[in-house]
Write a protein that binds this ligand. Structure first.
Ligand SMILES: Cc1cc2nc3c(=O)[nH]c(=O)nc-3n(C[C@H](O)[C@H](O)[C@H](O)COP(=O)(O)OP(=O)(O)OC[C@H]3O[C@@H](n4cnc5c(N)ncnc54)[C@H](O)[C@@H]3O)c2cc1C
Length: 557
């Protein structure tokens, strides 16, 4: 009989879990590995650990009741796997495929080599609609639908667990803090004040498979009715969106369960004549495909985590390690700090950032506005701003995140440029100023006519409202109109260049969604990874988050 180890990665659930089911005929144990490389990665935030830990806590009880021990180990993957192999002699390693940040890819390369050397068979299953070694984007949506409509993997009622194995304690964050290293301390300083300022009615997402299923059920059975009209404003999106993104990111919910549940709910709503619910859920169902569409871009071209889709954009903004790029200087550092901490002087930008820093979630439109403001008005490169957001989003999902960061920064070469005006967004999405007053208490007493542009108050009004600009609340960090115009000139100048236009065809061919049926080419993530570049301009704080990457050319099988 084989001995299996189920390596739990971003699939912390019982339902629809192929590796757990595949271990049913073997003596089996599951493993949650807390890797120092994760804790030290520039995208990491303790809120990610807290979410994952709570999912594991719940899953551990459920698996234990079915005879499967869930082991928890802290250490580098190879060391832990070798230790378990020596003590327990497993010969099968079972896991889901992962499309994660560069360090997970490099780790998988090493684990694949270790498995080959030790005679351990490593079997992986897809868990999303992402296709490995994709040759062509044509027909991708059809393949997604086939995969999502496959029957759910049955949950076993019992396993034959490894005997005599020490499960290991589930550590608290405080016990791991020292492993996370110096990089974390720098970022912690930036967010601590916002955490302290969280209003008591702000709602962070509750982790775990059961809470994910409850959220989904609540959304599909009624909350989804308001989905389309709630999406854009941060006031309505908090309850009108599904809020399942972190559950999907950590795999506490299976995407197939969500997809099939949604299609069933749409059919039921139609049968009952509930057109509003059916329409809301149809809009939501489309987003589930976007989830994989964006992840596929990272799978097919891992370099987009670090460098532009459109190489014509190289050196456009300061701080990049390419010839001729402007240097990262004190202006950029000050702008980045103001943006990260919600101190830009633009009320909606600051309210959104403070809300995100405190709760770990923000709706799509406001995420896009934050990035547009940073990338266009502040002219900051998307990599350091993207790292800040990655840390803050509890739902950080590398494939969606880096694709969206580039899309909202105008560097994909194929998408329409969208430069959001932070003042117009404030007026459109928070016309009464409720969201702004909630998250920027300095502006609480500012009357509505001035709330969205507090710098236009005269000196007397500033005194009477207790909000003196530059003393109680910052003056705008840039001139909105002039900054937007400068960005537009630079971006449209770039787009007009011949090399940009030629490159756009290549990018559309490789990554674009298919409406035209053009012939496609693609390398696949398991093709040779590109060399990773380190930015000398940022070695001290490693703002571009590249210091812990090696230039590995190996491939996992
Ligand atoms: C700059 C930027 C960075 C982002 N980074 C992430 C990220 O790291 N992780 C992440 O899950 N989402 C990310 N998004 C997409 C989107 O904002 C979130 O998925 C959404 O706000 C999550 O809330 P929800 O679950 O209530 O979404 P709902 O609107 O209820 O959507 C349901 C699910 O569909 C998927 N989805 C929704 N919108 C998108 C989208 N635009 N692109 C891809 N998938 C989508 C998500 O899995 C989401 O959970 C990012 C968007 C931007 C603009």
């Amino acid at each position: 009989m084989s001995r299996s180890l189920v390596w739990l990665k971003r699939d912390l659930r019982l339902q629809d879990h192929a590796p757990l089911a595949a271990a049913g005929d073997d003596e089996a144990a599951a493993l949650w590995l807390i890797e120092p490389a994760w804790l030290q990665s520039p995208e990491f935030h303790p809120r990610h650990f807290a979410f994952a830990r709570a999912c594991v806590d719940e899953l551990r009880c459920q698996l234990a009741a079915r005879g499967m021990p869930l082991l928890v180990r802290v250490g580098p993957a190879l060391e832990v796997l070798e230790d378990l192999r020596q003590r327990h002699g497993f010969d099968r390693l079972l896991s889901h495929e992962e499309t994660g940040p560069g360090w997970t890819y490099e780790r998988d390369v090493a684990v694949a080599a270790w498995c080959r050397a030790q005679g351990v068979v490593w079997q992986e299953w897809p868990q999303h609609g992402v296709v490995r070694r994709l040759k062509s984007r044509s027909g991708w949506a059809g393949r997604w639908a086939v995969r999502m409509n496959e029957p759910l993997v049955a949950t076993l009622s019992g396993w034959r667990g490894w005997a005599g194995v020490e499960p290991g304690a589930l550590p608290a964050w405080t016990a791991l803090r020292s492993l996370a290293g110096a990089a974390w301390a720098t970022h912690e300083h930036a967010i601590a004040p916002a955490e302290a300022a969280r209003p008591s009615d702000a709602r962070p997402t509750t982790p775990g498979e059961q809470s994910g299923l409850a959220l989904l059920d609540d959304f599909l059975s009624g909350r989804g009715r308001a989905y389309r009209r709630s999406l854009s404003s941060p006031l309505t999106a908090e309850s009108g969106c599904s809020r399942i993104s972190a559950h999907l990111a950590f795999g506490a919910l299976s995407l197939r369960v969500v997809h099939q549940g949604t299609e069933a709910a749409i059919a039921a709503a139609k049968a009952q004549g509930d057109r509003a619910l059916a329409s809301g859920l149809r809009g939501f169902a489309g987003r589930l495909r976007w989830h994989c569409h964006f992840m596929q871009k990272l799978e097919s071209e891992p370099a987009i985590e670090f460098r532009h889709f459109a190489r014509a954009c190289d050196g456009l903004r300061p701080g990049e390690d390419v010839p001729g790029a402007p240097a990262w200087g004190a202006t950029q550092a000050a702008r980045l700090q103001a943006w990260c901490t919600g101190q830009t002087g633009f009320p909606m930008v600051d309210a959104c950032m403070r809300s995100l820093n405190a709760t770990g979630w923000l709706n799509f439109r406001m995420r896009a506005m934050l990035v547009s403001f940073a990338s266009y008005h502040l002219w900051l490169h998307w990599r350091p701003t993207g790292l800040h957001l990655a840390r803050q989003f509890t739902d950080f999902e590398a494939g969606i995140h880096w694709s969206q960061m580039q899309m909202q920064s105008g560097t994909t070469g194929i998408n329409t440029l969208r430069i959001y005006s932070p003042t117009k967004q404030a007026l459109d999405q928070d016309p009464n100023g409720d969201f702004i007053r909630r998250w920027v208490p300095e502006l609480a007493e500012v009357p509505l006519p001035w709330l969205h542009r507090p710098w236009t108050m005269d000196a007397t009004l500033q005194q009477t409202t207790g909000c003196v600009i530059d003393r109680d609340y910052p003056a705008p960090i840039v001139d909105e109109k002039a900054a937007a115009q400068a960005a537009k000139d630079a971006m449209f100048g770039l787009r007009r260049r011949r090399d940009s236009q030629q490159e756009a065809d290549r990018i559309q061919d490789r990554h674009g969604s298919r409406k035209s049926g053009l012939p496609q080419t693609g390398l696949g993530r398991r093709g040779a990874p590109p060399p990773r570049q380190k930015s000398p301009a940022d070695t001290q704080l490693d703002l571009f988050g590249m210091s812990n990457l090696s230039a590995s050319g190996d491939e996992p099988t």
